[in-house]
Ligand binder design. Sequence first.
Ligand SMILES: [Fe+2]
Length: 243
Amino acid sequence: MMKKLSRREAMETIITAGAGVTLTGMTEVAAQPSASPAFSGQHQIRPLAFDPTKLKGISEKLIRSHHENNYSGAVRALNAVEQRLAAMLADKDLPPYVYGDLKREELVRTGSVVLHEIYFANLGGDGKAAGDVLDAIKKAFGSYEQWEAEFKRTGNALGGGSGWVIFALNFHTGELHNYWSWDHMHNAPFSRPLLALDMYEHAYQMDYGAAAAKYVDAFMQNVNWEEVNRRFTIAQKAIAALR
Ligand SMILES: [Fe+2]
């Protein structure tokens, strides 16, 4: 008797199937990796830009596991999704809602890839805020301490669950804000992340168990503020051009 697939299992079957879609009742289609950029599935894994043995309070084992399993896995999955979309698009009989399931998966994986790349690139620093972004934080939040308190509290609110804290410049409102993000898709509209904090359990469980607040403290000691300031400087120019 054929096993009934859950929605998640069905999606994984679609993503990982080599030659064709194997869901019952669906038309078998040959894989047709497209030359079009939108379906090419050629995203590359970015290596860590810092020495993972040198972080304060976050172990090399944890960072490498996070990078090699969660982030790299998301890149590989995004590539597979894009290539499967190309194959499914060629099947004219495919119900749109089946295609929509994979489009949702594409959004999840894209968010995961982008936010993880932002996250790893904003680690490896000394945790000391400086530059124009520090002045802007003081103006927007009253003081650096007030900004940090809100950023950390938002992170602690996500402890035990999943999601991201994203300090961002919103291109629409022109404001700096700490945004609560429940998952990879839950970003504030039209904002440039300047600093991203991964609050999925895989980001801290190996070192801290359920003590998420200790991980948030450790993260703050390793923020690469030069990178945050670089993002802010570019975003300011972009916002001036957009308004
Ligand atoms: Fe992560």
